[in-house]
Design a protein around this ligand. Structure first.
Ligand SMILES: [Fe+2]
Ligand SMILES: [Fe+2]
Length: 184
């Protein structure tokens, strides 16, 4: 698989988890109970699968390769993507910090989670659209087949060494579980 195709494939999983988070937020806002273990698992998915693994591949490997190929970081699309990754982390942190309050039945904490889930969803959905339609096609056009092959090997390394062997599949199983609990 081309490196950008692998990343686009991961986007589909991230978008699905965003729908789950938004649904959790809707239920919390309506005063309904949401299993805190589900909230924790969904936030963990975003922290590890989306941020550490997916954004890690972009920030440490794809974007530097694109810069080397002459696409500027400053005042260009790469800079915008990096800025959005940082903004997303703020929303995820707020969601994580709201969970202890939700466990105690705190309504304000439930509202905070819901609001940040919505903001994160809106930000990341637009971000993913820009990568799939603008940034990744740019990478496909500018990186040589040899550079793409090298990236692919480095991505496999990230999976094994940073995320952990078999973890990727575990996250896909979790996604299926939460999908059937919240989006069915
Ligand atoms: Fe990104
Ligand atoms: Fe991405």
């Amino acid at each position: 698989m081309k490196p950008t195709a692998e990343l686009s494939h991961e986007h589909q999983a991230i978008l699905l988890m965003i729908q789950v988070l938004e649904k959790m937020g809707d239920r919390l806002e309506a005063g309904q109970a949401v299993d805190p273990a589900h909230l924790e698992k969904a936030v963990d998915f975003i922290k590890v699968f989306a941020d550490k693994c997916h954004h890690g591949k972009e920030e440490d490997l794809l974007f530097p390769a694109m810069e080397k190929a002459g696409i500027p970081r400053q005042d260009g699309p790469i800079g915008v993507m990096l800025h959005e990754h940082v903004a997303g982390r703020g929303y995820v942190k707020a969601m994580a910090e709201a969970i202890p309050g939700i466990k105690k039945g705190d309504k304000a904490a439930a509202g905070t989670f819901a609001e940040n889930a919505k903001n994160y969803g809106a930000l990341l959905t637009a971000h993913i659209g820009k990568e799939d339609h603008i940034l990744y096609p740019m990478a496909d056009a500018r990186l040589t087949p040899a550079q793409q092959k090298e990236l692919e090997a480095c991505f496999a390394d990230v999976e094994e060494k940073i995320v952990g062997h078999g973890k990727h599949e575990e996250y896909h199983r979790l996604l299926k579980e939460l999908e059937s609990a919240y989006l069915a």
